[in-house]
Design a protein around this ligand. Structure first.
Ligand code: ATP
Ligand code: MG
Length: 232
């Protein structure tokens, strides 16, 4: 099912997501055409309401298009069954959100391990891989902490570790520095860039921040649900 080395990882063709509102509809995305290759670091820009989160939710398999097609890693997301989407979300993509989305009653270690344990991987192997990721993210001294006992930067680094535990081919980050100060924001952007360079992993970041710009291989600009700029 997965794509060959030089094929685009993402192909969107007239990708559309509208939301019904009474007798009319609100446009989230309208007729987006995009091809994105495996090693890119794409920064998505655009004003509030331009469709950035809508696009990332579709790419994450959290939402479905209402029109057009979306093929990611060889998989047709518009036509996928619920079980296929579930598998896709767990194995192909890793998500990082502005609000971290950590589970408050689980420790850092447990939060990071959870997606792999849900996938049925053996706990000893998962714990050791989580330990390595947390060490890389400078969180070894925080593994027993709960999210409420962490700083914002530590929470987002925990979320990055969690997004990586199933070794996804794509990392999607929606405003990942929105709740961080500029220093921690810079650290998070550098980590995401490092993931892209180190392993050639596709990273897509929707952000208002300029901190990602120096790392971008490509910048896609959205306005009113349409692509108005696409520069490499
Ligand atoms: N569930 C929904 N129901 C109705 N309209 C929605 C829904 N989700 C998003 N929209 C609309 O779709 C458009 C795009 O929203 P989206 O969240 O993708 O913007 P964004 O670029 O991420 O903005 P921001 O920078 O504020 O995060 C907006 O006009 C928004 O109001
Ligand atoms: Mg958004």
């Amino acid at each position: 099912m997965s794509t060959a080395k030089n094929d685009p990882m993402i192909v969107a063709d007239k990708l559309t997501r509208t939301y019904p509102m009474g007798s009319s509809e609100v446009v989230g995305l309208k007729d987006i055409d995009l091809k994105i290759g495996p090693g890119e670091l794409v920064v998505i820009k655009g004003d509030s309401g331009s469709g950035k989160s809508t696009l990332l939710a579709l790419l994450a398999g959290l939402d479905r298009p209402t029109g057009g097609s979306l093929i990611v890693d060889g998989q047709d997301l518009a036509g996928a069954s619920a079980a296929q989407l579930n598998h896709y979300r767990r194995n192909v993509v890793g998500m990082v959100f502005q609000s971290f989305n950590l589970l408050p009653t689980l420790s850092v270690m447990e939060n990071v391990c959870l997606p792999a344990l849900l996938g049925g991987h053996p706990i000893s192997k998962v714990r050791s891989e989580a330990g390595e990721l947390l060490a890389w993210l400078d969180l070894s001294s925080r593994v027993r902490h709960y999210p409420g006992q962490l700083s914002g930067g530590e929470m987002q680094r925990t979320a990055i570790a969690r997004s990586l535990i199933n070794q996804p081919r794509i990392i999607l980050a929606d405003e990942p520095t929105g709740n961080l100060d500029s220093r921690n924001g810079g650290v998070v952007m550098d980590l995401l860039a490092n993931l892209n360079r180190r392993s050639g992993r596709l990273v897509i970041i929707a952000t208002h921040s300029r901190a990602a710009d120096p790392h971008a291989t490509r910048q896609v600009r959205l306005k009113d649900g349409k692509v108005t700029g696409d520069t490499t």
